[in-house]
Each structure stands twice: as C-alpha cells, then as structure tokens.
Design a protein around this ligand. Structure first.
Ligand code: ATP
Ligand code: MG
Length: 243
C-alpha cells in the first residue's frame, strides 16, 4: 500500500539548516494501523505532510498504491490529496454551521462529486462511524468524540484507502480516545474494504494498541515496542503478578 524509501527533508539553509528527515524507510500494508511516535520536533508532522502530498521531500521516493511521488511539488500531486489520502487532525477542522451530514458531503462535492451522490456517500460514511442518529446535528451539539468521528467519516468518504491522523486523540478524554482508536482498527480490519492508517500519537497506551509502532528518531523510523515507547526497560508492563 505505502512504501517510503530513503526520504530526506531539510529546512532552511546556511547556519539555519535543519535536516529533519535523514532517509526514512517504512512500509505500511493494506489493512494495517500503524502508530508513529517520536519526540516533539522529530519530524512526525513533516513526514505526514510529505506522504499526504502537502509538502515535497528533497530525496527519496514514496509509492502509494502505485502512485510515485515524494519530491514532486504539492501542485503535482493533486490526485494524492483528492483520491488517496484522508486527513484527521487534533482539532477536528469541522465547519461549525454545517450539520454532520453536510460537513462530510461538502468535502466530496469539493472533490468533484455531484451533490446527490455526495449526500449518499456521506450517509454511508457516517453510518460506518456509528453516527447514523446524529447526521443532522451541528458540531456544537456533538461531543468531542462524536465530532472526531464526523471528521473520520469525512476522511473515509469517497473510499480513500489511506488515512493520515496527526494526534487525532489529542483533544479527547481517555475514553473517547480509546473509542477513536477502536474505530480506526475496525476500519483497517474491515473484511470487505480494509484501509490503512498512519497515526501520530504521544500516548504510548494508545500506540501500543495499534497493529505496529514506529519511532521517529534522529531523522529515521525504527520499529518500536511498548517498553521503549514509555522509555522503560523493565520486565513487567502492567505490574501484574500472575507468573
Ligand atoms: N516550514 C518549516 N520551516 C522551517 N522549519 C520547519 C518547518 N516545518 C517544520 N520545521 C521544523 O522541523 C522540525 C520538525 O517539525 P515537525 O512539526 O515535523 O515535528 P513533530 O515531530 O511533528 O513535532 P510535534 O510532536 O511537536 O508536533 C522542527 O524543528 C520544526 O521547527
Ligand atoms: Mg507534529
């Protein structure tokens, strides 16, 4: 599904030069939910922005479902943004005067879908995220977790196969955060139409529930496990005493 090879990115020049990505190699399969962790400033959002076609890298390549880019300018990868990648942000980015249904439908219409078709697709997506009885509510009438589910419906509507989520649970309480993660896993493990998700999170507990964890460290990604995510090197994780 996604293959990133030798991706590099440097900001600035001269004494302000900062090489953020130093040759990132990673693969995400269809149906996989991968958590990306790493210290603040390590380049997680930069990596997502390049994969999402919002920023160009300096070196290396990205292959998303056969589409090859990575060094192309954002104007050269319009199809990646319109057809391949859905985004989910920490602060939902919903239009406050529009109902849940219209928030999802308008995104599809902007991508060129006729209005009636967009509304049908929006209903399907909102039903998938469990909001069939909230379609006509505006964001103010929804909880934070429900608002994030509207944003997820918007991201998956139109059958985009790959979701990028930059700290999607950052504004949610613990229970809502777990629900979002479970929804992500359900979407990835769907038997008919599995998608893939790359999610940035600072929460090791959520990250350890993903299918796989990656750590962005010194400009490169490496496989990670729950212990290194917590900065621990101990035997017992849950303090359990059985055995
Ligand atoms: N457009 C830019 N111009 C110059 N420097 C930038 C730009 N975008 C990001 N940077 C720098 O690149 C580094 C990585 O930033 P990035 O936002 O990718 O980090 P992050 O891992 O997402 O951090 P956080 O966890 O705080 O969100 C930071 O030092 C940042 O200041
Ligand atoms: Mg960031």
């Amino acid at each position: 599904m996604l293959q990133v090879s030798g991706l590099t990115k440097t900001f600035g020049s001269g004494s302000n030069k900062l090489q953020v990505l130093k040759g990132v190699d990673m693969t995400i399969q269809q149906g996989e939910m991968v958590a990306l962790m790493g210290p603040s400033g390590s380049g997680k959002s930069t990596l997502l922005n390049i994969i999402g076609g919002l920023l160009s890298g300096d070196g290396g390549e990205i292959d998303l479902d056969g589409e090859k880019y990575g060094q192309k300018s954002p104007s050269g990868v319009v199809n990646i943004r319109r057809e391949y990648v859905g985004w989910i942000f920490q602060d939902f980015h919903l239009l406050e005067n529009l109902t849940a249904l219209d928030n999802v439908a308008i995104a599809l219409e902007l991508a060129g879908m006729p209005a009636k078709e967009a509304e049908d697709a929006a209903r399907i997506a909102l039903t998938k995220v469990g909001l069939e009885d909230r379609m006509n509510h505006i964001p103010d009438q929804l909880s934070g977790g429900q608002q994030q589910r509207v944003a997820i419906a918007r991201a998956i509507a139109g059958n985009r196969p790959f979701l990028l989520a930059d700290e999607p649970t950052g504004n949610l309480d613990i229970a809502s955060g777990r629900e979002v993660l479970q929804l992500f896993k359900d979407l990835c493990h769907d038997e008919v139409n599995p998608i893939s998700i790359l999610m940035v999170t600072h929460d090791p507990d959520l990250a350890s529930n993903a299918d796989r964890m990656l750590l962005l460290n010194d400009g490169k990604t490496e496989a990670s496990d729950i212990r290194s995510a917590w900065g621990l090197d101990v035997e017992e994780q849950d303090g359990g005493e059985e055995e």
